[in-house]
Design a protein around this ligand. Structure first.
Ligand code: PLP
Length: 331
């Protein structure tokens, strides 16, 4: 495919519109301290260890409203709580609730709020003790889960214009990136903030050794010369749950096996298609990288078809992917 060069970007880029919704409304509920209470009452002390040192871990889970079936479907619920449990173990946060119990608590929370729209669910566990000590073991901890209405995290109706961040991805040897720890997200926030301030939609991180890693909150896929590839787990990525789902879907629906390999920055410019995956971004085509068109400069045929299949699956409209979805409402 020919690659066209788009005109130079404006001298004073405009920050992108914010799609992030409010996390709290007057009706919001939270699971906190072992019970479901109003979210406004789920508070912590400013002396909380997790607030000072980033000693927490979290998940981001979506539930999709299917208006035709009047059903809310939680996506990859079990898989998210399995990763949450692994993250908690790493931070020495005792895991008192089983994965099954965490799923049940979440479903109950959603039912109690009677949510009938797309929703984002945020489980968060952290060291809650008021102490200055740089330790993990033996400290008090806390767990909360709350949910709020959320549509697209970023506008994916067209294509994204992204940059390569000047911030490198923190190394797995500095912080365990397979665990979704709160402290590690300073790295993501810096990259996203600078990208937005410069007028881009998202940033792509490189690893310390200069190979492609991932987006600030999403995994990256590249279609180039007939090969679908994605950075390896060893390239300092979060092992995305959507990434795994998309790899399975690409195989099953399009006979397209994903190669996990080291990807160099310059290969990206030469890609036919690039796209992000993640709970927040869903399946998001990238159409421009640092002012250069990717492929035709429009969302490519592969990602467009993949996006359609993905949205059918997550809304519970494709029986082949029924195991991805947990229905919230019974009967
Ligand atoms: C840094 C990072 N990479 C990748 C992902 C995608 O992961 P998942 O598909 O499990 O949401 C996320 C989103 O949570 C993320 O924050």
């Amino acid at each position: 495919m020919t690659q066209s060069i788009t005109p130079p970007r404006k001298a004073t880029p405009q920050p992108k519109a914010d799609h992030a919704p409010a996390m709290q409304t007057s009706e919001s509920l939270a699971y906190f301290g072992g019970k479901i209470i109003p979210l406004r009452d789920a508070n912590v002390s400013v002396a909380t260890h997790g607030l000072h040192y980033g000693t927490g871990c979290f998940e981001g889970i979506r539930a999709y409203w299917n208006a035709e079936r009047e059903q809310l479907n939680a996506l990859f619920l079990r898989e998210h709580f399995e990763r949450f449990t692994r993250s908690r173990n790493l931070l020495k946060i005792p895991v008192r609730e089983s994965v099954g119990e965490l799923c049940e608590i979440t479903l109950e929370l959603l039912r109690r709020q009677g949510l009938r729209q797309d929703v984002y669910i945020r489980p968060l566990a952290f060291k809650s003790e008021a102490t200055i000590k740089l330790v993990l073991g033996g400290l008090e901890d806390a767990l909360t889960i709350f949910a709020f209405p959320m549509g697209d995290y970023i506008d994916i109706s067209g294509g994204l214009h992204v940059c390569v961040s000047s911030w490198r991805r923190i190394s797995n040897n500095a912080m365990p990136l397979r665990a979704k720890t709160t402290g590690a997200y300073v790295n993501s926030v810096l990259a996203a903030e600078d990208a937005h301030a410069a007028g881009f939609d998202e940033a792509i991180f490189l690893t310390e050794s200069g190979t492609v890693s991932e987006g600030s909150s999403c995994n990256l896929f590249m279609l180039r010369r007939g090969e679908l590839s994605t950075p390896r787990v060893a390239d300092d990525i979060l092992e995305g749950i959507t990434r795994a789902g998309i790899m399975a879907m690409a195989d099953r629906e399009f006979g397209m096996h994903t190669v996990e390999r080291a990807i160099s920055r310059t290969e990206l410019f030469d890609a036919d298609e690039l796209f992000f995956t993640g709970t927040g971004v869903q399946v998001a085509p990238i159409t421009r990288l640092e002012g250069r068109a990717i492929g035709t400069g429009q969302p490519g045929p592969f990602v467009t078809a993949l996006q359609q299949r993905y949205f059918a699956a997550v809304h519970g409209n494709d029986p082949a992917y029924a195991e991805w979805c947990t229905p919230v409402y019974q009967g």
